[in-house]
Design a binder for this molecule. Structure first.
Ligand code: 5AD
Ligand code: SF4
Length: 482
């Protein structure tokens, strides 16, 4: 379904292949921005605000890259001429936040007629959202989805030329457009999409509906991108996909995720490889083996369990039992003894009884996660779970949630403390927010350590003695002479 104003596409001389077409529109948008900027006597500014997961964060870098090419300069949201919200819709409260913030933008926009507001991302893929925006939020300028963010320049041109709200939402796509600009948040690390979409249809989850069917990037394109990133100074990559363990299955020449990792491992100059997210049902022995012998894959695995109850897992359409999950954890720990395990847990899925919840607590006690993201079940319309009977009363869910959180945090504190006194390599990411004499480094197992250092160290590796565990992070000291 494309509702874009077709004015511009009718002009001649527009390339019909990508990314060439988008570079053409970037040039056109540049002219519009330059002329408005001349009129206003200052550069035009933008702000992209990201909601949701790392996938969205990476998409936002692509939006920033295009906006900078067009001639916009980045600014704080309250000073920006063009505000874009890259939205999430995984839980209802993500949507509520966006409506709230839009309400706050309205008076700003009334004061400055040239201001533009763009909305994109997962929430826009829901037809009822777009209907509501069209009806009650007429001041929004640009609405697009998850499949066509690469078209930002084209949409901007369309907005400049039509002078009215531009809406372009695709239901799904099989297209992957490579080689567009992007503006990375960090110089030394980067997310790399390896696949888009999801085919799992967990019964609570809206993602397959808003991110479309699973499609993998060609391994050559991924390797080429990482080589380029390394040449630009990146030493750590985070491979991104909704379910990285099923990477490559739909390619013309299928390849496994483990095989892809082995190829990436060979890239000289690359020091660390992370990936996210792993679905337990597709985590292969081959992957465990590769992780066991790799020197670059970080000692961290995010393995969402969602529930510890086999009955609930079945209703969630997760395709594993409690016992299979625990067995997987056992195998991983055997191959990679020092691995840090993290997870996602949903509390209050329809039909969840106290006994089911006790099974979840049991998994938490048995696995002893380094950390866990806990969520209240949120009913997403259009998903099978939304139509299930036995929705659990709010007060019961809240009570379980609090009990779970207490356990998760207690265990995480204990697990974090086991590294106290050890010396580990950290990638320095920033000057500490709270104390400018300290820098913050990330360990292979994803924990953070704050230790004395200076801004120049950002992007370098340091061997750090983990002096003191402070709950979920460490205070450390630089290990001299190593
Ligand atoms: N309600 C609550 N949590 C959800 N998640 C996904 N869908 C829902 C929902 N409807 C959680 C899952 C997933 C994480 C990204 O968000 O735990 O792993
Ligand atoms: Fe939110 Fe899921 Fe979209 Fe990520 S993929 S932004 S978690 S809805």
């Amino acid at each position: 379904m494309s509702m874009m104003n077709p004015d511009i596409s009718l002009s001649s001389g527009i390339p019909d292949t990508e990314p060439e077409r988008q570079y053409y529109y970037i040039e056109m948008a540049r002219r519009h921005v330059a002329s408005r900027s001349k009129e206003m006597g200052r550069p035009l500014t933008f702000c992209v605000t990201t909601f949701g997961c790392q996938m969205n964060a990476r998409d936002s870098e692509k939006l920033r890259g295009i906006l900078e090419r067009i001639g916009y300069e980045e600014a704080a949201e309250d000073k920006a001429d063009f505000v874009i919200y890259n939205t999430c819709t995984v839980r209802e409260n993500a949507n509520t936040r966006v409506y709230g913030r839009l309400g706050q933008l309205k008076p700003l926009k009334q004061k400055s007629p040239y201001m533009m507001i763009g909305l994109c991302g997962c929430m826009m893929q829901e037809p009822e959202v777009v209907e509501r925006l069209k009806k009650s939020y007429r001041f929004v300028d640009l609405i697009f989805g998850t499949h066509n963010i690469y078209k930002l320049a084209e949409l901007i041109v369309s907005r400049f030329e039509s002078g009215s709200m531009v809406i372009d939402i695709w239901e799904d796509t099989d297209k992957i457009v490579e080689d567009l600009p992007n503006e990375r948040k960090y110089a030394f690390k980067s997310g790399v999409n390896i696949m888009f979409g999801c085919n799992n249809f967990c019964s609570y989850c809206i993602v397959p509906y808003v991110r479309g069917r699973e499609r993998s990037r060609a391994p050559e394109a991924i390797i080429r991108e990482i080589r380029q990133l390394v040449a630009d100074g990146v030493t750590e990559v985070m491979l991104l996909g909704q379910n990285v363990n099923s990477y490559g299955k739909t390619l013309d020449t299928p390849i496994t995720f483990a095989a892809l990792l082995e190829e990436i491992e060979k890239i000289e100059g690359l020091e660390r490889i992370r990936f996210m997210t792993s679905h337990p049902k597709d985590l292969s022995d081959e992957l465990i083996e590769v992780m066991g012998r790799s020197r670059k894959i970080c000692r961290h695995l995010h393995l969402p369990v969602q529930s510890g109850s086999t009955d609930i897992l079945k209703k969630m359409n997760r395709h594993y039992t409690k016992e299979q999950y625990l067995e997987l954890v056992r195998k991983i720990r055997l191959a990679v003894p020092d691995i840090s395990l993290t997870t996602d847990i949903i509390v209050g899925f329809p039909g969840e009884t106290e006994e089911d919840f006790q099974e979840t607590l049991d998994v938490v006690h048995k696995v002893r996660y380094d950390s866990a993201f806990t969520f209240l079940y949120s009913k997403r319309s259009g998903t099978p779970a939304a139509a299930m009977e036995d929705q659990v009363p709010e007060d019961v869910v809240k009570d379980r949630f609090d009990r779970l959180l207490g356990e998760v945090q207690k265990i995480a504190r204990e697990v974090c403390a086991v590294h106290e006194g050890s010396i580990q390599r950290a990638l320095v990411e920033s000057v500490s927010e709270h104390d400018s004499t300290l820098v913050t480094g990330r360990l292979s197992n994803n924990l953070l350590v704050h230790f004395p250092g200076t801004e120049e160290m950002i992007g370098t590796y340091a061997d750090v003695r983990l002096e003191e565990c402070r709950g979920f992070y460490y205070i450390g000291s630089l290990e001299a002479g190593r």
